[in-house]
Structure formats: structure tokens, C-alpha cells
Design a protein around this ligand. Structure first.
Ligand SMILES: [Zn+2]
Length: 181
């Protein structure tokens, strides 16, 4: 092999190597952008980090009113969503969106135990979830709530999410102080 040919071969190999490395880097970045940043909730379900924070705030507020929120589904992997969709198609599962179309795959949808639409839990959610950025998006699924903080508006002060007047907050109970002796 002549020296010139050898040099050209080296240059060509370097070019190939660099472009492969760049393509790999781009692929990695794309994958990173796609995968939601997930956080596990105490019950084991996962949600997108921001959704989890908002959900936990909402659950704590509900607890103050004696309401326990329970998650039955949070983030779903593409595999899980495909399985649920197949179950639904075969008539043996709940309604499920096509893989790739469910907000569960983004980690911003949460399914909750709500009971009947007249239940205390459901009524509390309807009146308060918007304060935390959550709202219902599927008419036939009262258990399905999505986190859309930019397009879910909190109520004006003194009103709940249904536009009903809320009771003014109770004045703080005076703390008994000991007289200095
Ligand atoms: Zn759902």
C-alpha cells in the first residue's frame, strides 16, 4: 500500500468513526428527551416529577379534609399501554388509549379511586383539583385526572373550582400563653 493510499484510508476511517459517534450522541439525547423524569409515589406508582409534586400536595390537602386519595395507575411504559389497549380491544379490560396516545405514557395522568360521582372523594376532587393543576379530560372516566398546570386555572379567592363560594378560613385559635412570673 502506498503512503498516500494509507493516509486516505486513515482519514476515511476517522470520518466514519466521527459521524457514527455524533449519530450515537444525537440518538442518546433524543431518548433522554423522550423519557419522562419519573418519581415513585409511596404506593409504588410512578409519575412525572412535576406531576408527582403537585399530586402529593393535592393528596395532603385532601387528607386535611379527611379524604384519602388512592392511585390505581400512573406512568405506563409503552409495553404496558400496548397490553392494556389489547385487553380493551378484546373486551376484557377498561377503555385504554392507543399506545403513544395516552397521557399515562408521559407520566402526567393519574387514575384515582373516586367511587360514585356523588362520593365525597369525587366531589372534593371536582371542587379542588384545579387548585393543584389537575383536571378531568375524559368524559367517561371520572377516575382519570391529568396535570396541565398552564391551562388549568385556579379559582379566584373565596371560590372553589366549580365557582361556588367557599367558607372564609377560620380565624386562628389563640394560643394560650403563660404569664411571665
Ligand atoms: Zn387514566
Amino acid at each position: 500500500m502506498s503512503l498516500a493510499l494509507f493516509r486516505w484510508s486513515v482519514v476515511l476511517l476517522l470520518c466514519l468513526f466521527t459521524s457514527a459517534a455524533v449519530a450515537g450522541e444525537v440518538r442518546t439525547r433524543k431518548n433522554k428527551a423522550k423519557a419522562p423524569r419519573l418519581v415513585s409515589l409511596p404506593g409504588g406508582h410512578q409519575l412525572h416529577r412535576d406531576t408527582a409534586t403537585a399530586y402529593q400536595r393535592m393528596a395532603q390537602d385532601a387528607a386535611k379534609h379527611g379524604i384519602v386519595l388512592t392511585v390505581t395507575s400512573g406512568y405506563r411504559s409503552p409495553h404496558e399501554q400496548r397490553w392494556l389497549y389489547e385487553q380493551y380491544r378484546q373486551g376484557s379490560g377498561n377503555k385504554a388509549a392507543r399506545p403513544g396516545q395516552s397521557k399515562h405514557q408521559l407520566g402526567i395522568a393519574v387514575d384515582l379511586i373516586v367511587g360514585k360521582r356523588t362520593s365525597k372523594r369525587y366531589r372534593w376532587l371536582k371542587a379542588n383539583a384545579c387548585r393543584f393543576g389537575f383536571r378531568r379530560t375524559v368524559r367517561s372516566e371520572p377516575w382519570h385526572w391529568e396535570y396541565h398546570p398552564r391551562s388549568t386555572f385556579p379559582p379566584v379567592a373565596g371560590f372553589d373550582c366549580l365557582g361556588r363560594k367557599t367558607r372564609p378560613p377560620e380565624p386562628p385559635t389563640p394560643v394560650a400563653t403563660q404569664d411571665p412570673s
